[in-house]
Design a protein around this ligand. Structure first.
Ligand SMILES: *Cc1c(COP(=O)(O)O)cnc(C)c1O
Length: 440
């Protein structure tokens, strides 16, 4: 029998718990983030070289679920959540690729984590007296992914908080298009306000006696762990075909996606460098360039899903690399401002016919710089969203219309509705109390 893997807080002042409890509770009681007691190690030979993405995910995540009540459902969870392609497509540049993570129902990589988390939540026991409310603060893509993954799920309602006016028009439409058990609130503030309101509500135990709450933000291991699967799957395929490791350039905001790649590398799978491409929010690039870590207010950019000034997964990064010097020697991060996002989008549309979203453009820009500096190692940029989600930015720059994927176009045909909410704790808690008593 395999030993259970337990999860501890990055701040070391919470009891160790199993993966189901860690997934169910989001933040640890001491305010830290859950991390495995240690990262499991796997070898290339442990994986079926002809397996699907779901098969790779199952092999990769089995040690993370060892000894847990979800362990026997893990294969089904992986199959349910990872039922769309994450193709690695060759770019016209030498040894350069694009890992397309936007073929899920809401056209952004957030679908992978959200669908896995939903598949876990469906299987976890909960009180049948009150529905569980999942609070999601979103800078644009997470809300729709979680809404889609839990739409019409009995016993669960989803409340999406997004900053009014600060998400793309099609993102806003998606956020409000679900109805039934999924409600969107447009908060009169910024993403950081939404995130703070959610965190504070989650710590309010009086409120939760009538209105049990959970969150689905990127701090949840239920989202972070499945994101490792497409890195493992792509890296293993590449290794089998080319006998050399592949590097990844990851558009980065809260650091959940890039951390997943780094964990796969730490587990012993063949991943070369991991580069972080950030927008004008330069907290991480400054840290990796040698400055102290200095979280701050986010600034608004064209790559809005990466407008994060205090990346929440930074604590997990420091846990992974306790030595800052080692972290800095292994990881390179670059801040890409809006002007360079725009010029990169235009250049690649004209020169190569490659149409990318503004987030993916930060990674493309970093790839261009690496090639200019003479780096020739095989490398994949990670395409985190479909460009059609950001038509108002992309189409004028690329000077053409971007075809809309069918799942997205179905959502855009539905009507949409989001209620306004002040950016205060009282406003959110009052809304929760009122709608909970209505529901009974
Ligand atoms: C969320 C998001 C990112 C940033 O991912 P993190 O895990 O927060 O670093 C990048 N691009 C898109 C399109 C996103 O939705």
């Amino acid at each position: 029998m395999t030993r259970a893997l337990l999860y501890v807080s990055t701040r070391h002042r919470s009891p160790a718990i199993g993966i189901s409890d860690a997934i169910g509770s989001g933040l640890a009681p001491d305010g830290g983030l859950y991390v495995p007691h240690r990262l499991p190690q796997l070898a290339i030979e442990d994986f079926n070289p002809r397996g699907s993405l779901a098969d790779t995910a199952h092999t990769l995540l089995t040690p993370f679920f060892a000894g847990d009540r979800l362990a026997k459902s893990l294969a089904n969870i992986c199959r349910e959540a990872l039922d769309f392609d994450t193709p690695l497509c060759a770019l016209p540049q030498d040894d350069a690729y694009m890992l397309e993570l936007f073929h899920g129902p809401t056209a952004a990589f957030k679908d992978i984590g959200a669908r896995f988390l939903a598949a876990c939540l469906r299987r976890l026991p909960r009180s049948d007296k009150h529905p569980l409310t999942i609070l999601v603060a979103t800078s644009g893509d997470t809300g729709a992914a979680v809404g889609s993954a839990l739409h019409r799920q009995a016993g669960i309602r989803v409340l999406i908080l997004y900053p009014d006016g600060l998400v793309a028009a099609r993102q806003a439409h998606q956020l409000g298009c679900f109805g039934d058990n999924v409600q969107a609130l447009r908060v009169q503030g910024r993403f950081d306000d939404c995130q703070r309101m959610v965190k504070t509500a989650l710590q309010n135990h009086v409120l939760q006696t009538h209105c049990p709450l959970s969150s689905a933000n990127s701090i949840s291991l239920g989202r972070l762990l499945p994101q490792m699967s497409y890195y493992a799957h792509t890296a293993l395929r590449y290794w089998h075909n080319h006998h050399t490791p592949l590097g990844f350039i990851v558009p980065t905001g809260n650091l959940g996606n890039a951390l997943a790649a780094l964990w796969v590398q730490h587990m012993g799978l063949p991943i070369a460098e991991v580069y972080l491409a950030c927008n004008a929010n330069a907290t991480l690039p400054e840290f990796f360039a040698g400055a102290d870590y200095r979280p701050r207010q986010a600034v608004t950019t064209l790559a809005n899903a990466m407008d994060v000034g205090a990346p929440s997964n930074f604590e997990r990064l420091r846990w992974t690399y306790p030595n800052a010097i080692e972290a800095r020697s292994r990881i390179r991060a670059l801040s890409v401002d809006d002007a360079h996002i725009q010029s990169t989008l235009t250049y690649h549309a004209r020169r190569y016919d490659t149409i990318i979203c503004p987030h993916t453009a930060t990674a493309m820009y970093l790839l261009d710089r690496l090639r200019e500096e003479g780096h020739r190692a095989p490398c994949a940029i990670v395409a985190t969203a479909h460009p059609a989600k950001f038509d108002q930015i992309v189409e004028p720059l690329a000077q053409r219309q971007v075809p809309v994927p069918s799942a997205l176009s179905t959502m855009l045909k539905r009507s949409t509705n989001a209620q306004p909410l002040n950016a205060t704790q009282e406003a959110l808690e009052q809304w929760l109390r009122q709608t909970t008593s209505d529901a009974r």
